[in-house]
Design a protein around this ligand. Structure first.
Ligand code: AMP
Length: 256
């Protein structure tokens, strides 16, 4: 079992800013209601720096470690820009792994509940049937891995004509995994007018090149550290058979 992250360490790492609250970030009632439901009192640093830029529709390149609240940093602006009456895909979130696709889609589901935002995770290794049915009925936010997204695009089952915002999450990981061409094909299929947001824990030259090519006058946001994980996040992994994963996880949670 890889990357079993210490749960206590995660909550410590979500360092929030001084208690100014979310109110001055410019978020609307639906997003504010979602924040209240989640019990977030103050924005994390990445949220405070990114949300005001993203809700203006601007492109941004954000260097932020994992575990610093970046899902809500782009999730809340997605909730804000969503047109509830439009069933077509309006936001596309591209992530490196199926685990992240599931996790991000679940987080967006919670954030967008008040706007009845329909989110679908699509990733390789999952049967096409359910994905096809959902895509056909209309999904407002699609969260997926590059290969499977491209597959749906080629089959004509993923329509990107109405996408207004694309998020490349963990962009450095996607490049490391060799997804650069898939990402470029996805970006090329987007309508001319769209917002592009790139999140990356590190900023190697290839990420900078990607940003230079596909982002339009982006705001650069850097969250201190620049390491791959938040300063107080301890990452541990244990190797176990996959059938033992739930039991092993339960033991770790009990122990911690
Ligand atoms: P992420 O980096 O998006 O994976 O978020 C890491 C964890 O921080 C998740 O469990 C979030 O629910 C939590 N989180 C995100 N934003 C806040 C906030 N403003 N206040 C408290 N917890 C938060």
């Amino acid at each position: 079992m890889k990357n079993v992250i210490d749960i206590d360490a995660i909550s410590d790492a979500v360092e929030t800013t001084t208690p100014t609250g979310f109110a001055r970030l410019g978020l609307g009632p639906a997003a504010m209601q979602a924040i209240a439901t989640l019990g977030y009192e103050n924005p994390t640093v990445v949220q405070e720096r990114s949300i005001p830029i993203l809700i203006q529709g601007r492109d941004a390149i954000t260097q932020a470690p994992t575990g610093t609240g970046k899902t809500a940093a782009y999730g809340l602006p997605i909730v804000q820009m969503l047109d509830e009456r439009e069933q077509k895909t309006q936001a596309l979130v591209v992530v490196p792994t199926r685990e992240l696709a599931i996790q991000v889609a679940a987080a967006l589901d919670v954030l967008g509940k008040n706007r009845r935002m329909v989110t679908l995770p699509v990733y390789g290794g999952q049967a096409y049937g359910g994905q096809l049915r959902s895509l056909r009925t209309g999904v407002q936010v699609v969260v997926g891995t590059p290969g499977r997204l491209l597959d749906h695009l080629d089959r004509g089952t993923l329509i990107l004509d109405c996408v207004r915002m694309v998020v490349l999450d963990e962009a450095d990981e996607m490049l490391k995994m060799g997804f650069v061409e898939d990402i470029e094909k996805l970006l090329a299929a987007l309508p001319e007018a769209h917002q592009t947001v790139l999140f990356s824990a590190t900023m190697p030259p290839r990420i900078k090149n990607l940003a230079k090519q596909y982002l339009n006058n982006p705001e650069h946001i850097t969250i201190a550290g620049g390491s791959a994980v938040g300063p107080d996040v301890k990452q541990v992994y244990y190797e176990v058979n996959w059938t033992d994963k739930p039991r092993a996880l339960a033991r770790i949670l009990e122990f911690e």
